[in-house]
Design a protein around this ligand. Structure first.
Ligand SMILES: Nc1ncnc2c1ncn2[C@@H]1O[C@H](COP(=O)(O)OP(=O)(O)OP(=O)(O)O)[C@@H](O)[C@H]1O
Length: 307
């Protein structure tokens, strides 16, 4: 693996290969094995969602990648460096959105962002001006109207937007989001999703997020990793995952006033046959592919019974 190269003139670091590279990552707390040999890679601009039941090891994985927790074993590289040895310059290229920012209640929103943003200024490069100008950042996260509001007076949704603003004020190349939209109303969630799409489309930011919201994973992620019992049991887009679960398509129709339901692995063949047999007598046809939620529940259940 090539290490990040940075010159003192502010030239860009170059990372050959993936943004995140994890192989055979293991973590134990005392005798308890929490991560049991996980592996994945993330490429520039990719959005990866880590899904899994409570206690699956998602936060532990993210904290190891952020350099906040020492792993027990395995190979981990983030932006070309081992997170356990990441220096300030490396850290300035990461953005972290934690569960909630509760400190600095007396600060005004703009003041706080200017203060935190100032720490990133020495790490600006030719390609990435740092920090993000606060006026633009406030507009991007929808907090322009709250610029002069004290942090302690923000609503829950506004506070979460501030968490996101704090995470991206340094224009990170890699952004970690731990359950980013908890407490958002539907409009705020949609705006947040648009913001993440902008970050990944325009700035090529790589994103690793954890979420329990399957709809969010489906909307945002290029790739979903399902983690349970310390192992990645499935990986792919929402479509690829649903194809891994056999017999998933449900077909509903009516004929002569009666309702019918049939589950099949080959919906196209079944519908052909249905029309050949009954032609125009078929009404109200619905072909329902399994949702990400059905797929997720099945995969996690199968992994748990075979463990
Ligand atoms: N510091 C610690 N000491 C001992 N055990 C821990 C510690 N931190 C986490 N664990 C245990 O490790 C396991 C994985 O926890 P982790 O927080 O990574 O899961 P998670 O997938 O993020 O869960 P959630 O969805 O509930 O946030 C859990 O069983 C948890 O109790």
């Amino acid at each position: 693996m090539t290490e990040a190269v940075m010159t003192s003139t502010g030239a860009d670091p170059t990372v050959a290969g993936p943004v995140i590279e994890v192989r055979d990552l293991r973590m134990r707390y005392g005798a308890k094995e929490v991560l049991d040999g996980i592996g994945f890679t993330a490429h520039p601009g990719e959005v990866i969602a880590l899904l899994g039941p409570n206690g699956a090891g998602k936060t532990t994985t993210i904290e190891i990648l952020e350099g906040f927790r020492r792993r027990s074993a395995g190979h981990v590289r983030v932006l070309g460096s081992d997170p356990e040895r990441g220096d300030e310059r490396w850290r300035a290229r990461l953005g972290v959105v934690l569960q909630s920012w509760r400190d600095h209640g007396k600060w005004q929103v703009r003041e706080l962002l200017e203060h935190i943003g100032g720490h990133y200024a020495p790490f600006a490069t030719d390609r990435i001006p740092r920090p993000w100008p606060v006026g633009e950042l406030l507009a991007a996260v929808g907090l322009t109207g709250a610029a002069r509001t004290r942090v302690s007076r923000l609503s829950g949704g506004q506070r979460r937007r501030l968490d996101v603003a704090i995470g991206i004020v340094g224009r990170p190349e890699l952004l970690f989001l731990d359950e980013p939209t908890v407490g958002f109303d539907p409009a705020a969630r949609r705006e947040f999703h648009d913001l993440i799409h902008e970050l990944t489309d325009m700035a090529d930011t790589t994103v690793l997020l954890t979420t329990h919201d399957l709809d969010e994973a489906e909307k945002l992620a290029d790739r979903i990793l399902i983690l349970t019992g310390g192992r990645i049991i499935a990986s792919g887009s929402a479509d690829e995952l649903s194809r891994q679960v056999a017999g998933e398509t449900e077909i509903r129709w009516t004929r002569d006033g009666q309702r019918f339901v049939h589950a099949t692995a080959d919906a196209t063949a079944y519908v052909h046959q249905l029309f050949r047999q009954h032609g125009t007598a078929i009404g109200d046809l619905e072909v329902r592919r399994s949702s990400l939620e059905d797929t997720y529940m099945k995969l996690v259940h199968e992994a748990e019974v075979t463990r």
